[in-house]
Design a protein around this ligand. Structure first.
Ligand code: ADP
Length: 645
């Protein structure tokens, strides 16, 4: 058997044959006609168009073969033909040296002559042959060979055509597949404004059936506000331009809006537009949310009173907000790209970056004019989208606040010295006058002196409250802690309000256990006195205020209870805030500042204690505070520790 020139070549040949998709297809007139023409031109009874696959020589068309469709390759003459470049002639099978010994060929009945022209592709691969056969030995004329070669070329033309058709169909099938499964919108639209073909993604995105979509001018599906721009884009496509990116809004059947981004190109000859669209509604929503949030952040930064300066790891300024421009007297353009150290005289950027992160540092800022000012800087670190470390400084110009604080301190010391000191001597003098030590006062003068003394005392306590409050506010109230008997402390507080109690006709009862607390005696007595004076002030004449102490689990509870007017529940929580009074317009209101309870709270909290109130309007109030304390017996007297021998 004649082998193809190489096994590799045979593989390529078979692969190529496969691409023509011709094997085992039904007869076709065009090929039958060629076979008939070959038989008649060569004056032979048999003519074939064959294709040689791995095992057989298959007949695409045949004359005089009596329904035979193929022969095994072993007995096929065409196997020889496809191994050569030109025509293969076997004038007489009985004498041809290639077949004399081939019993199989000899067994083919009645064939003595064969002439075959290979069917050669452009790449030079032989797919099969156009051959003529006879039952007697013979020869062909030169003209007949020429005719055979011409017809073989025609067969190849037909095969090429078939293949191109087959290939296009395959491509179309593939395209249809993509068309069907694409989640993007794919469509063909005609110049007259209708979709001619749409993929199923349209149904999902727009909620209409494909039938509804192809029967509606697509401009009607576009959001009214986007119709003009869509028309302009269509115009541009009709003029032959391609749409690279165009966005418009479509109205879904349920009324919802879908944003679609399009690419499209025109086919002017067919008056069609091929377009692909993507539903970008979510991306749009995310984008506008991002824009909104950026605008929010920007407006926060723009309106922030504090300066914000962002910089890289080396302190090179990257952005500043308007407050920074105002504070330092420089435009953003001037600041960006320069060193943060230009803005702050001390400490240096590196120091703030490495040691000052996450806390506030008091620094000296420098304005463009060269003026230095006190500022508070808190530095924080962040990672921007470039994955690099960046830093931002929040800078607060506190020069004015410092000035105000200084003025306040001056004012307070003025109040203390210039107001309280003389007032103390006025109270002392009035007390002496009222007591009669300086001689009997005239009858008419006595009540006046008493009123003057009482009001001076009130003024002093008001000044004391303000001074205390100020001290507590700026943490300047010093506490001297030492063990103290709670009972003795409460007795002293009771004594300090006794005059007030007498004046109001209110009795004070002291009860409960004694205990030892480590406290600043003066300040805790002040708390008790304040609660007592309130209880007295807001009790009915003839009423009783009870002070009791109890001890449990290392805590002492001191309760000051009255049966006065009580306090509405809604107001109770606010009582301990500074300047908070129940109702200053209330007729029952006693003179006061609303600072007393706030001071009490601060003092108790400095002792790590708590303070509170339980009250019912019309029934009375019970103010209490709780501080750490132990039983009297827990204190070992010195005499017990060092007994006399
Ligand atoms: P003030 O100097 O006004 O007494 P406080 O802070 O001591 O300031 O008290 C705040 C307010 O709480 C008082 O103005 C009063 O309205 C109310 N208050 C305090 N104690 C009592 C009480 N025992 N009974 C009723 N109201 C009270």
């Amino acid at each position: 058997m004649i082998l193809p020139s190489s096994a590799e070549n045979e593989l390529a040949r078979l692969a190529e044959l496969d691409r023509y998709a011709i094997l085992d297809t039904p007869p076709e007139e065009a090929f039958d006609d060629v076979a008939k023409l070959a038989a008649s031109l060569c004056e032979v009874p048999v003519a074939l168009i064959t294709l040689v696959d791995a095992t057989r020589t298959w007949f695409k068309a045949g004359v005089g073969v009596d329904g035979m469709t193929h022969t095994p390759r072993e007995i096929s003459f065409c196997t020889h033909t496809i191994a050569q470049r030109d025509v293969c002639i076997v004038p007489d099978t009985l004498v041809d040296p290639r077949f004399v010994d081939n019993l199989l060929v000899q067994s083919v009945p009645g064939i003595r002559f064969y002439a075959g022209v290979p069917l050669t592709t452009a790449e030079g691969l032989n797919l099969g042959a156009l051959c003529v056969l006879d039952r007697k030995p013979r020869a062909l004329t030169e003209a007949q060979f020429t005719a055979l070669r011409t017809l073989a070329r025609q067969v190849m033309v037909q095969l090429e055509l078939r293949r191109e058709i087959a290939e296009r169909r395959k491509a179309e099938r593939e395209l249809d597949g993509f068309f069907e499964v694409s989640i993007d919108l794919l469509c063909i639209a005609s110049y007259d404004g209708y979709f001619t073909r749409l993929n199923p993604a349209f149904e999902d995105v727009l909620g209409y059936s494909l039938d509804e979509l192809v029967s509606t001018p697509f401009l009607l599906l576009v959001h009214p506000d986007d119709r003009a721009s869509t028309r302009t884009e269509m115009e541009s496509l009709r003029e032959g331009r391609t749409t690279i990116h165009f966005e418009n809004r479509y109205l879904r059947k349920d009324g919802a809006i879908r944003w679609i981004a399009w690419t499209a190109s025109p086919a002017p000859d067919e008056e069609l537009i091929y377009a692909a669209g993507r539903d970008i509604t979510r991306a749009k929503a995310a984008e506008s949310e991002l824009r909104r949030s950026e605008a929010r952040t920007r407006s926060i930064l723009d309106n922030a009173l504090g300066s914000l300066v962002a910089m890289d790891e080396q302190g090179v300024i990257e952005s500043v907000n308007p407050a920074a421009e105002r504070t330092f007297g420089c435009s953003a353009g001037t600041l960006i790209g320069r060193s943060f150290d230009l803005l702050v005289e001390a400490p240096a950027f590196e120091q703030l970056r490495d040691a000052g992160r996450g806390r506030m540092t008091v620094c000296r800022g420098r304005r463009r004019s060269g003026e230095l000012f006190t500022c508070e800087i808190s530095m924080f670190e962040f990672y921007a989208s470039d994955q690099q470390r960046h830093f931002a400084a929040h800078i607060l110009d506190v020069s004015e606040r410092h000035e105000v604080e200084r003025m306040k301190t001056d004012f307070i010391s003025t109040v203390n010295h210039e107001l309280r000191t003389p007032l103390t001597s006025i109270v002392g003098s009035l007390g002496l006058l009222a007591s009669g030590v300086m001689g009997e006062l005239p009858e008419d003068a006595r009540p006046m002196v008493t009123v003057a003394e009482r009001n001076s005392v009130r003024l002093i306590s008001l000044i004391d409250d303000i001074l205390d409050f100020e001290k507590l506010e700026c943490g300047k109230m010093e506490m001297t802690l030492q063990p103290a008997s709670l009972r003795r402390l409460l007795e002293r507080a009771t004594a300090s309000v006794s005059t007030l109690a007498v004046r109001h006709g209110v009795a004070i009862e002291l009860g409960g256990v004694d205990a030892v607390a480590i406290v600043d005696e003066v300040r805790i007595a002040q708390v008790a006195a304040n609660l007592l004076s309130n209880a007295v002030k807001y009790s009915q004449r003839g009423g009783t205020v009870k002070v009791t102490t109890s001890l449990a689990d290392g805590w002492a509870d001191v309760r000051v209870e009255d049966h006065g007017q009580g306090i509405a529940a809604a107001l109770q929580a606010k009582l301990f805030q500074s300047f908070e009074r129940v109702d200053s317009s209330d007729a029952r209101t006693e003179p006061g500042t609303g600072l007393g309870l706030a001071i009490c709270k601060a003092i108790v909290e400095q002792h790590h204690g708590t303070i509170g109130v339980e009250s019912r309007e019309g029934e009375g109030s019970m103010f209490w505070f709780r501080i750490r304390a132990v039983e009297m017996s827990a204190i070992i007297p010195l005499s017990a520790m060092f007994p006399r021998t």
